[in-house]
Design a protein around this ligand. Sequence first.
Ligand code: EPS
Length: 386
Amino acid sequence: MFRYLTAGESHGPALVGILDGLPAHLKLDVGRINDTLRARQGGYGRGGRMKIESDEVEFLAGLRGGSTLGSPLAILVRNRDYENNRALMDPLTGGGKPLTNPRPGHTDYAGAMKFRHRDLRNVLERASARETAMRVALGAICAQFLEALGIATAAYVSQIGPVIAAELELVDPEAVDASDVRCPDPAAEREMIAAIDAAKADGDTLGGAFTIRVTGVPAGIGSNRQPDTRLDGVLAGALMAMQTVKAVEVGAGRDVAGRPGSQAHDVFALAEGAVVRQSNRAGGIEGGISNGQDIVLRVSVKPIPTLMKALPSVNLHEGTAAPASIVRSDVCVVPAASIVGEAMVRLAMTGPVLEKFGGDSIDETRDNLERAVAAASRLFDVPATL
Ligand code: EPS
């Protein structure tokens, strides 16, 4: 069984992660993992924290000579900002003036009620999106596993606030990397940056959306066997389990609600003896199973809840009306969220891929995949008389 866990507070000593179930002999390029961590730190609209951090992964277990051993991987990303917050966050002696005014939309209030924390810092430290640095590191490892099987992900920002970019089928990763908002549509990019500047000047924040495409996915990943084995449920669940995410759409998504059936599906046709589709409204998944087309997911995120022009709140200690706590934060995290979303998709794909193809070494997994794909392509290759 493939699984992972993360731990770590935003201003504690480090983030840690365990990834269990990857096959042996997968050569890992650590430089590429660090490149992805750097990409998460970037994006127009980020706040002061990212100037302090310089995220890099350290391997503690499961890797020898750069290759996986088949044992659990244990990794660490240090929080440089811990040095500035030792008095607050030291695991043995940490403490300080409590935060008392919950931010509407943040975990502050619900978490305080749940854990009976009188200091909201005890909630926000784990709720902070700082934690996603570890998800990105773990996802970047899974990316190299998936890539060894020909499966890749690409993401781009398709909306920031009211600015919506042109829908793209083919995304050039270099154009995404070159864009400050990870949007390869230059006209939309300019408007997005202006929208972020305006929100910042107003003490406000902006949400948006990003699109993720998974290519090279063989048919047959996921299952209609049980609700929790359906691939669309697994992927949407993983993406909804990110801070700020409020909606996930697969393929044509919400649009199909208003279409007749004749315009909602992807009809079959034959081209040179092969089964083909002319559209991908299903987003590559039918009945919870990948159908061999690209998987396409659109993810909508809310504006982050820390506003410099604070929203109305209450002081929970004094029982008085008071503005929400203001802590250092970002104006817009959509570009960073697109990197985290890609990580979540990579993590969420890895389990079902391993369930389908198995393998204790990467060669065994690849052999199994090749055999399964070849067998599927021969499935209807029978004499017409049968
Ligand atoms: C973040 C780290 C945080 C915030 C932000 C994202 O750092 P700090 O709280 O020290 O400024 O910049 O967190 C939030 C958006 C949030 O709601 O907590 C990061 O590493 O992505």
